[in-house]
Design a protein. Structure first.
Length: 666
């Protein structure tokens, strides 16, 4: 088989290629001596690659001191707390806003609160790619300043239209820490130690909206609803000053790119390039980063399903924000300030969930890694999430039916505490899992999750008041609980099959279609270095999907030239990627067929057993299932002249009417 034929084989192809295997064995003997030398002596291209100054390079954010890492975590977590707080801080005073602007539209009242989340929906689509092009730090500074400006504009809004517009713009700017906050922590903290830091960051998106109504309720009662926005602007201003003084760039790509530019000036060598440089232009990189979150939602089932579940939970939170003021002020006669205190149930549960998750997440990962051979896998974050998936529907049922029956006010609040505890664990588990699974593109995967979460959070509350007016608190909240209960098996399913799903070819192929220029340019300028291809058989399955796509495309374009121009390592890698036992061609472990057969047999036997048990325990046929009863029903219908056009009393009717059963046995 020629190299052109290999070129046509995608990574998922199952076609064998014995002739290529023969060629490789023959050429291995001819080039064995040169191969060993190639690994020891760097090529000219490798000498022009700018990388870290060893594994302990202090410029690498992973090697920062604990003090600097702690300061970074505190600043990022603080701003991630404030911007979600702004989403709900004036929810208790929405009636005050509507009165001031002479409006009685209930949907508009809910929309003023939730429009902020539409900014969360669209902001990440721009912020995530920009952060992967220019780094995290410039985005934090710019968005923080814009957030302050738009918060002040909300405080000075002259009408409802202006308030809605400025709320939307504030949400766009405020989405920055939610979009790149987790990526920032992934930049500076290793995978096995990331859980505790992520727990403090994950508290903001859930605990911030809980504290907001408490503060906003008393602010609006003491001053006015406008002071809610002034307080947000003041707090954000203080954090922004701290960020300008103490935050540093954390994105390795940007740090090495800046180092490369500096060395080019110092050495006069224009051929120097960053180790992360893929040869793309800024326009290509932006286009790729823009579509990557969408591709992850469409072609990565784990990203889409977990993001959808987190979006539903987030939507429940904001739906309750619109329902709780009506419940506690109308049914339990709380004052406007005291209504804000009703959110403490969610806050207390969130704090409890934070401590539980923070204390158990990393130890659980280390335990499972030790139990399974020492390899730290992202799926080890998921088992603890199962408990949270039980708490969420339980909390919803308790809240709904205790409110429906008008029990003591503490019971609905206890229900919301279960919900808050479950939400923080779900939020943290999913966020850390997605970052660990797609660490190279953590900003994009969090952006994908944030977009979906914010969209549901913005739209679901709009149906809240109508739903509760129609179904009541009991069945209305139970409907949400049933949907949440359907997701209970998710953590266990993804724990068992997550690695296989996230390494499937579907996302890889979609990313390949986005990067042809990148791979083509890299391949046309120089050969692929041997360290990149070394031990490809062992490393391929664990490589990030984007890296797999780029390497495959680079090899394909290299093979468009003469086969003799390829190094032995390139030939071996091309063969193994095209025909090796990985992905759909992976060899099943011994006993797989037997396990499948036994599983089918057990399933069939269980089905027969369940059917038999139901038949044995079934009650006798009801008295209506007798011919005598049905004939009497026919006579009754005829006497009543029922359905004279097409039914039993219509002209020429020859049917059996209600008769459908044989006579009852004596």
């Amino acid at each position: 088989m020629t190299h052109a034929e290999i070129d046509e084989q995608p990574p998922g192809s199952a076609t064998p290629a014995p002739t290529v295997e023969y060629d490789l064995k023959r050429e291995r003997d001819l080039e064995e001596a040169s191969t060993s030398a190639e690994f020891d002596e760097p090529t000219v291209d490798e000498l022009n690659v700018v990388n870290w100054d060893g594994p302990d390079d202090p410029a690498n954010p992973q090697n920062w001191s604990m003090k600097r890492k702690t300061v970074t975590v505190i600043i990022v977590s603080s701003i991630t707390f404030v911007t979600p707080l702004a989403s709900s801080i004036f929810a208790p005073s929405i009636d005050q806003v509507m009165t001031e602007f002479h409006s009685t539209n209930e949907q508009l009242a809910s929309f003023i609160v939730s429009v902020y989340l539409l900014g969360y929906c669209f902001g990440p689509l721009v912020i995530a790619p920009l952060s992967e092009m220019y780094g995290r730090l410039p985005l934090y500074h710019i968005c923080n300043v814009l957030f302050i400006i738009f918060s002040v504009a909300c405080a000075l809004a002259p009408n409802l239209g202006g308030l809605i517009a400025f709320r939307l713009l504030a949400g766009l700017a405020g989405s920055c820490p939610l979009t790149i906050g987790a990526a920032t922590l992934a930049d500076i903290i290793s995978k096995e130690k990331r859980g505790a830091a992520m727990s403090s960051w994950a508290l903001g998106p859930l605990f911030g909206p809980v504290i907001g109504p408490i503060a906003g309720g008393y602010l609006s009662q003491a001053k006015s609803w406008r002071w809610s926005f002034w307080v947000v602007a003041i707090i954000t201003g203080a954090i922004t000053i701290m960020a300008f003084l103490f935050m540093r760039e954390t994105y390795a790509y940007t740090i090495l790119e800046n180092k490369t530019k500096r060395l080019r000036k110092e050495t006069g060598n224009p051929k120097l390039r960053s180790a992360f440089d893929k040869g793309t232009t800024t326009k290509e990189l932006f286009s790729l980063a823009m579509v990557r979150p969408t591709k992850m939602l469409l072609f990565a089932p784990i990203v889409s399903l977990l993001s959808l579940y987190m979006a539903l939970v987030y939507g429940y939170l904001y739906l309750l924000f619109t329902a709780m003021p009506t419940l506690f002020e109308g049914e339990y006669h709380f004052s406007r300030g005291s209504v804000g205190l009703s959110y403490l149930g969610i806050g207390t549960g969130s704090i409890l969930g934070l401590f539980i998750a923070g204390a158990t997440s990393d130890p659980l990962v280390r335990y499972l890694a030790k139990k399974n051979g020492g390899d730290v896998k992202p799926e080890y974050r998921l088992p603890f999430m199962f408990i949270a998936c039980l708490l969420i529907p339980a909390g919803l049922f308790l809240f709904g039916w205790s409110a429906e029956k008008k029990t003591h006010w503490i019971l609905p609040i206890i229900g919301t505490s279960f919900l808050g505890c479950g939400m923080i664990i779900v939020f943290m588990s999913i966020s850390v899992y997605l970052v660990d699974a797609y660490v190279e593109y953590s900003a994009s995967v969090i952006a994908a999750s944030t977009v979906l979460r914010s969209l549901v959070g913005a739209l679901l509350p709009l149906a809240g008041r109508s739903m509760y007016n129609s179904l009541g608190y009991g069945w209305g909240t139970s409907l949400l609980g049933f949907i949440a209960a359907a997701a209970i098996p998710f953590p266990l399913i993804f724990y068992k099959y997550g690695e296989k799903i996230r390494t499937s070819n579907l996302l890889r192929k979609s990313l390949v279609r986005s990067t042809p220029a990148l791979a083509s340019r890299a391949a046309s300028t120089h050969a692929i270095s041997n360290p990149t291809l070394a031990n490809i058989e062992k490393r391929w399955e664990g490589m990030p999907l984007q890296e797999q796509a780029e390497l495959w495309m680079a090899l394909r374009d290299r093979m468009q030239s003469s086969w003799t121009d390829l190094t032995l390592q390139e030939k071996k890698a091309a063969y193994w990627i095209a025909f090796g036992p990985h992905g759909p061609r992976a060899v099943d472990p011994p006993g797989t067929n037997a396990r499948i057969a036994w599983g089918v047999l057990i399933g069939v036997a269980a089905s027969v057993g369940i059917f038999g048990a139901i038949r044995l325990a079934a009650k006798p046929a009801p008295y209506t299932m007798t011919q005598e009863y049905q004939e009497e029903t026919n006579e009754f219908l005829k006497n009543q002249k029922s359905d004279p056009f097409t039914g039993i009393t219509s002209p020429g009717y020859a049917g059996k009417g209600m008769v459908q059963s044989p006579p009852k046995a004596n």
